[in-house]
Structure formats: structure tokens, C-alpha cells
Design a protein around this ligand. Sequence first.
Ligand SMILES: Cc1ncc(COP(=O)(O)O)c(C=O)c1O
Length: 357
Amino acid sequence: MSIPISRPIIGLEEEEAVLNVLRSGMIAGGAKVVEFEEAFAEFVNADHAVAVNSGTSALVVGLAACGVGPGDEVIVPSFTFAATANAVAFLGAKPVFADVDPETYVITPETVLPLISEQTKGIMPVHLFGYPAPLPELIELAEEKGLELYEDAAQSHGATVENLVTGAVGKFAAFSFYPTKNMTTGEGGMITTSDPEVYRVARLIRNQGMEQRYVHEVIGLNERMTDISASIGLVQLNRLGEWTERRRKNADFYQNNLDPALNPPKVSEGIYHVYHQYTICPPDRERTIAALEENGIGYGIYYPIPTHVQKPYADSAPSLPVTEELAEKVLSIPVRPDLEEEERSLIVEVLNESVSA
Ligand SMILES: Cc1ncc(COP(=O)(O)O)c(C=O)c1O
């Protein structure tokens, strides 16, 4: 038996949607992209959405539309995919790395506050593994210090905290639709915002700075999504709610049956976790991995090397004890919507046995 950690769920509806676009002859960005943007903005509860060709493009275009550039600092976690910091650095600004909370794995006002300087322009939490960062507290801190709040929502489609929807709170948010994400468009991303100026400039930057053909108002690139991708996204968005519920059911099963020694996630009151990943901290990761491998159970280590110690950032790396410890301890197990009951049970059995004496 082989149980993959994740795989995209693509069905007949997606196939048909793509075929329709291919047969229409309009295969670049057009009506489907607009429809997808409108549906996604409504889903997130934001005024606007701008579809782009990856989550990384969503971060870069969103930050650029907020005016982030040389001389600015943006406070980000290091315990995330490197795209978060890379987007900041690529624009010539400085990512300043904050440590994360040891139980929720997200940045908090306590870890961010000491890093605020004269150069800080914004704070960009990542809702890691589908667990929302403490948005109410981060909004308060940002307002008090006169900073902008951006959201890396690449892993948090539909997650909420005290009824705040991730992706609707920051000046902009960036979503990813990479195939391992909770919904996919192949490659793809979305900027969501309720700021009309960020919306206007993001659309310009996505399209070579043009609103009107061959009139370039700002420097932009081609970051556009195709109708092929958008047509897949529309089908996937319709199914996302059902998939999220299945992820949550799988997570419930784990919460109720895993040995506490594996340190299953702790979810606070008021959090709607969408379990992009189900991540545990076993006492002996190598031993647990060996047991999973022996039983054909897929797993992932997200992320084995924190961003702040990666080559481009290592020269000025701060010490982030929680991040560094988590990188050595975390282990993600399958929580995908199409996991079978027997697979779930086997996973629990193997994991629990790996921590028994
Ligand atoms: C937290 C985070 N930010 C940004 C990205 C970048 O998204 P993409 O791979 O679609 O460019 C990802 C996805 O891999 C991610 O997990």
C-alpha cells in the first residue's frame, strides 16, 4: 500500500472545463479569469481579486502594488516556504525574520514587536499549514505602530480566526493554487484586496503596466493567469468547502486517536483550521519516519531548513530558537480530502506504535 501525502483531485468537471476553453480558441486570459476573480473575491469576502500565474507572483505583485521597495523592511516568518521572504527581497526590500509561536507555528505580536524599526513598512504573517495567524492582535499592533499588514495566505484557503477570513484582512493577501494546495489551477495565484489603489496598481503590474494597450503607466511584467487555469480554479473553488470539511474530519480523527506524545496540533478557540498540512512533532522523528516508510505511508518535512539560514540570508541571520527547533522536529502526515478510513486508521496505528516503548 502506498499512501501519498498529497495529490491534486482532478475530475471530469475540470477536464470538461479545460476542453471548453481549449475549444473556444480563447486560451489566454479572458472571461474565465474575470469570473474566477469575482468568485474568489466573494469567497474570501474581499472587494477585489487579481488572478496571477503563481502564489509567488501574487506576493511580488501585491507587495509592489503596496509600494514595498528598497529601504523598506517587512517582518516575515522564517518558518515557511522561502517564497515569503524571497518576494520581499526580490523587490529590493529587507525581510526581517520573526520567530514563531511553538504551538501554532505562526508569528505573533510578541515575536514581531522587538523587530519593528524606523524602516519597517509592514508585517506579513503566513497562515502556515492552514492555521490562521492571530489577525486581531496583529491588526492592533500594525495600527498602533502605523504599519501595513499583508497576508501570505498561500496555505489558508477558507481559514478564519474569530470570523475574520484569512485573505480579507491585510492590505493585500496572496494565495497559491499550486497542485499540493487545498485547491489548484496547475500553477496559479490570487491577490485579494479591498484597497482600490492596490487593486488598480496590481492589475497594472500584472500586465506590463498597461490598462490601455501599449500605454505603460508603471513598470510591470507578465504575471497573468490563463483561462485554462481559471476554468480549473472555478470548478475547484466550488468543491473547496466539501474538501475542507473532509480535511477537518481527518484531522479530528487524528486529534482523537493519536498518542499525545506525537504532539498533534493545538487549535485555539475561534480558529477554523483548514489543515493544508497536519503537522506533528514526534519525540524521535527518524524513528517515526522509518515506521512510516516501512508501511508505505507518505510524509513531508515542511520545512527542514528555515529561510533565515538559507544562503541568500545566512550572513545576517538572527537566532530564532523556536524556528530552528521546529525545523528539526516537525513531520506532516496525509490529511488530504480523499484519504480513506482504513488509510487513516493505519496511519494512526503506525504512528502510535512508533512512540510506544
Ligand atoms: C507559504 C507559501 N508562500 C508562498 C508560496 C508560493 O506559491 P507558488 O508555489 O504558487 O508560487 C507557497 C507555495 O508553495 C507557500 O507555501
